[in-house]
Design a protein around this ligand. Structure first.
Ligand SMILES: [Zn+2]
Length: 170
């Protein structure tokens, strides 16, 4: 997180660790927040603070730095998580099925929500499983198509077993 401290005349841009959120006037590290509001649609929050020691007021602009999520691929190489790739995979799996773009968008959002639990890295296998979990409920054909790519079935039998499992549930 970066903190932008604005006093009457100067703007100081410092990482939170360096600043330790101290009063820019007396260095005291205790303050109370008087007012707190997000700025427009951004991830910046403006906070009006008052030092508990010298009672002077200052403003911080706190911005959550977004760290890119890295996807660990099967060969252990990393690549930056890419929403459009996830959506593309879903679109291909759902080609000529009665799945709407809205539904695909909804699934993509749900998966991204779950990915928020991962800090910095997530194995591609987990993303694949999250997709499969949802496609299974939504459309069997799309599910099998996606499974055949993501699980990379070792042989035809493994793939056939998966299909049989699905048929049993019908
Ligand atoms: Zn102070």
């Amino acid at each position: 997180m970066l903190i932008y401290v604005v006093t009457q005349y100067i703007v100081v841009i410092l990482p939170l660790e360096v600043l330790g959120l101290k009063c820019p006037f007396c260095n005291n590290n205790e303050d109370k927040v008087i007012d707190s509001r997000p700025i427009d649609e951004s991830s910046v929050i403006r906070r009006r603070r008052e030092c508990l020691k010298c009672n002077k007021r200052f403003t911080t602009y706190e911005r959550l730095e977004e760290m890119p999520l890295m996807v660990i691929k099967k060969d252990n190489k990393r690549e930056i998580y890419d929403r459009s790739k996830l959506r593309q995979g879903l679109v291909i799996a759902c080609t000529k099925r009665s799945v709407s773009i809205d539904q695909i968008e909804k699934i993509t959002n749900e998966i991204e929500d779950e990915l928020k639990d991962f800090i910095m890295e997530v194995p591609s296998k987990i993303i694949g499983e999250l997709v499969l979990k949802r496609l299974k409920k939504l459309d069997e054909v799309a599910y099998v198509r996606f499974a055949s790519i993501y699980r990379e079935f070792d042989n035809v039998d493994a793939f056939k077993n998966e299909l049989d499992e699905l048929k049993k549930k019908e």
